[in-house]
Write a protein that binds this ligand. Structure first.
Ligand SMILES: [Mn+2]
Length: 405
């Protein structure tokens, strides 16, 4: 049995707005949080020790992290190299330059020839000799328009059509890798992608207009003993029959409030030909908490807010307070009293939302007596939203594909 630690979506250096500067180190506390959970993963890999670490992609928020963030990442992963544990660093969408190929933020590990480290920025099969036997890993990095397609091929096509074309191109490429596999040793597919059965978390907002979805049937192949995924921040197994397991470990820390309710962790896994046993291992990620309260009809709105805070366990959490009120109540709110009440939180944000007494104006085209089909209605709405012009076409295509489902 080959023992593997599978983690993903580290996003080191993101979410600084949810932290504060640690006066002792001068570093944002959220970077320290992320490094802390990453350290726990690496500690575990070394303590076991595992035969291999698989990282599913998205090391940083973008392809050009500042040097001190890069260094924080490197100083954890180099401990694997010191312990002679091989690692595959797969390239996710956040690791690529927005145009162009390759894992810009991760390719330094290949350039430096870190012993045992492989950067997965192409579709390829890597055969790795571990103390527990050989294993083969197919790497499938994030696919973008330029990975398998040329510009003339996709000229004028919509997202759905390009997605279809990409899948048609990917199929034979993946098939060729599968055909070359050695069936006597265990096989893992390591991929950064959005599978069409995945429950989206934060990535659904980040991916609008850029994302390709891969049908799960391309992943649940009998030739794979385990499918190690990255991209979606919520931990899930897309194939509960486990033949093979198709697992997103999820992110190691909460990147934003959309992950408030999610458990964070990594996967420990033992794999042999035809069999994989895996376990989700929770990480002590910093908790997030939303306190939402409607005080628009309260006589003492400040008291109501302070009361809601007092009833919540806010200590060391990233807290956001949202209260709905009428404009006439604004003078009754004492912000510094609220800030004092939130002092034991790790960090806090306060968001008053004014409840307008006036109904929002409706677009005349969408008014009473007009019947529009959903696409027409959406088009009308989008035509009136200048801020959404950039993604108008993608939104329409997304709506159309939803309607056709
Ligand atoms: Mn991703």
């Amino acid at each position: 049995m080959v023992k593997i630690l599978h983690l993903s979506d580290i996003h080191l250096g993101s979410g600084f707005s949810h932290g504060k500067i640690n006066p002792e180190t001068g570093i944002n506390t959220r970077l320290e949080d992320f490094v802390n959970t990453l350290r726990i993963c690496i500690d575990r890999a070394i303590e076991e020790p595992v035969d291999l670490v698989l990282f599913g992609g998205d090391a940083f928020p973008d392809a050009t992290p500042p040097p001190y963030v890069h260094e924080a990442f490197a100083s954890q992963f180099r401990r694997l190299a010191d312990a002679k544990i091989p690692a595959i660093l797969l390239v996710g969408n956040h690791d690529q330059h927005s145009q162009g190929n390759g894992g810009a933020s991760l390719s330094i590990y290949r350039t430096l020839v870190v012993p045992g480290f492989i950067v997965g920025d192409t579709i390829a099969t890597h055969r790795i000799n571990t103390p527990s036997g050989e294993i083969q890993i197919i790497t499938l990095p994030w696919l973008n328009r330029s990975t398998l397609l040329t510009r003339p091929e996709t000229e004028g096509l919509g997202l759905a059509e390009v997605n279809q074309m990409l899948i048609e191109k990917l199929q034979p490429v993946l098939e060729a890798e599968i055909r070359r596999l050695d069936r006597s040793i265990p096989t893992v597919l390591l991929a950064h992608l959005m599978a069409d059965r995945a429950n989206l978390g934060a990535e659904k907002f980040l991916a609008v207009g850029k994302g390709f979805t891969i049908p799960i049937s391309m992943l649940t192949r009998p030739e794979f003993d385990y499918v190690a995924l990255g991209h979606v921040h919520q931990h899930q197994n897309l194939n509960p029959a486990n033949d093979p397991p198709v697992v997103y470990p999820g992110s190691i820390e909460r990147v934003d409030f959309s992950e408030e309710q999610e458990d964070k962790g990594y996967i420990m896994l033992e794999v042999q030909s035809g069999k994989a046993e895996w376990e989700f291992c929770p990480l002590p990620a910093r908790p997030f908490l939303t306190i939402e309260i409607d005080i628009s009809s309260t006589a003492d709105p400040l008291e109501a807010v302070l009361d809601a805070i007092a009833k919540s366990e806010i200590e060391d959490k990233v807290v956001r307070l949202i209260y709905k009120l009428r404009s006439q109540q604004l003078d009754l709110i004492n912000i510094s009293a609220i800030e004092r009440a939130l002092q034991t939180a790790h960090s806090h944000s306060i968001r008053p939302e004014l409840i307008s007494q006036l109904a929002r104006p409706r677009l005349p085209e969408l008014g009473v007596g007009n019947t529009l089909d959903p696409i027409q209605a959406l088009t009308t709405y989008l035509n009136n939203r200048e801020d959404l012009q950039d993604i108008q076409q993608d939104l329409l295509e997304a709506a159309e594909s939803l309607l056709h489902q």
